[in-house]
Design a protein around this ligand. Structure first.
Ligand SMILES: *Cc1c(COP(=O)(O)O)cnc(C)c1O
Length: 216
């Protein structure tokens, strides 16, 4: 083909399969976690939808902290899967206060998971992640964090904070390419995902992805 017609994007070489493990290990080091790392060859909003799809089911109650449209979508995906969603919205362009999160936990003792965005790219909000994660951990609640915009820009110590699922993308603070993403999943999160009624046979199924992980 004439050199001026050739487009490198049409012929990107395959990422070598033997590099996927080391890549996951490096991401785990960035996140400071020993949890499993799942890679998504698609944009981060799909990884977020996969998390919502994989935990949602009738009988699950989740507290969804909304500080931007991403949080609102997460709530929609949970409801689509039959979950009960308690929505806690912050004032526009303000972080959520830890007192209102604790009040919501107290008012809804059946909450099993809390979802929040660490830092918002659209409005600059930084939510009090450490405090919320500590309050959730004290109550045995699984903490799910959209860290797409914050990873690389704010400290994100997944294991020290007890974050059960962290979703990240490379194209914000890490200045990497768009269109790929990853997430870390810890033991308590896997228990929630593998409880009866979980989504299977779907590209959004974390259970399916764990099978691929287990098969090496
Ligand atoms: C950009 C962003 C996303 C979505 O990432 P995409 O890779 O564009 O799908 C999700 N959450 C937050 C906070 C973001 O800033």
């Amino acid at each position: 083909m004439a050199a001026d017609r050739w487009n490198a994007l049409n012929d990107v070489p395959d990422f070598p399969p033997h590099r996927l493990g080391p890549l996951a290990d490096r991401l785990a080091r960035i996140l400071k976690t020993r949890n499993d790392i799942l890679l998504f060859q698609t944009e981060a909003v799909v990884a977020l939808e996969a998390v919502a799809t994989s935990i949602a089911r009738p009988g699950l109650t989740a507290l969804n902290i909304v500080t931007s449209p991403f949080g609102a979508w997460f709530g929609d995906w949970l409801r689509r899967g039959g979950a009960d969603v308690v929505t806690l919205s912050a004032e526009p362009a303000r972080p959520i206060g830890i007192e209102s999160v604790e009040a919501a936990f107290d008012a809804h003792p059946d909450v099993k998971a809390v979802i929040l965005c660490h830092a918002e790219s659209a409005n600059g909000v930084l939510n009090p992640l450490a405090e919320i994660a500590a309050a959730a951990r004290a109550r045995g609640i699984v903490t799910i964090v959209d860290a797409v915009a914050s990873v690389g820009g704010h400290a994100l110590d997944v294991d020290a904070l007890g974050i059960d699922i962290a979703v990240i993308g490379p194209q914000k603070s890490l200045a990497g390419p768009a269109g790929v993403s990853a997430l870390s999943v810890g033991r308590a999160a896997w228990a929630l995902v593998s409880a009866a009624g979980g989504r299977r046979s779907s590209t959004l199924s974390l259970l399916d992805r764990r099978d691929w992980l287990d098969s090496g």
